[in-house]
Design a protein. Structure first.
Length: 176
């Protein structure tokens, strides 16, 4: 093949010295207690992103709307009380993300206290004023293999499950 014809067919490849950015960090597993509201939003986000999910729930899969649906891969505690499952989910996680509106109180406040007791990283995010990018940056920095997601139940803040799910889906997709 003549040189000119060869040069027309074989153009040099230009290599970039820049390495492509790392994809956004996502935990390998998401856990929650399975209660309505933020807990289920965390599980739904895990399912949407094909992340393993689970966690501990009260005996009988107890929740405010009856029984926690079987689609959520939760393990029942020996007691129907909520605090033991809350603590076990904190213990079994590398970090906890708390999503809330207005104020941290009740079971959500207990979760926050337990993260301090067990010296686990915790980010509290007020949905009305925060940006999903805050979660993205925190996840990229902390890089928890197992992330506990907690917050208020649906009856205390109607619609919080949907709002939290939309927030999580955006946060998991966001670039920092």
């Amino acid at each position: 093949m003549p040189r000119q014809q060869f040069e027309r067919q074989c153009r040099p490849i230009r290599y970039s010295l820049k390495t492509p950015p790392d994809p956004p960090f996502l935990p390998q597993r998401i856990v929650s207690g399975g209660q309505t509201g933020v807990d289920r939003a965390g599980l739904e986000a895990a399912i949407a992103y094909r992340i393993q999910h689970g966690g501990w729930c009260p005996k009988g899969r107890l929740s405010e709307d009856g029984s926690i649906p079987s689609r959520y891969e939760l393990v029942e505690m020996e007691t129907a009380e909520y605090p033991p499952r809350t603590e076990q989910n904190v213990i079994d996680s590398d970090a906890t993300l708390i999503l809330y509106e207005q104020a941290v109180k009740g079971g959500t406040q207990l979760t926050h206290r337990l993260t301090r007791r067990w010296q686990k990283p915790c980010l509290c995010v007020q949905l009305e004023i925060a940006s999903p990018v805050e979660i993205r940056r925190w996840l990229d920095q902390v890089r928890p293999n197992t992330l506990n997601i907690a917050g208020p139940r649906e009856s205390n803040y109607p619609g919080i499950g949907e709002r939290a799910l939309a927030f999580l889906l955006e946060a998991f997709a966001a670039k920092s």
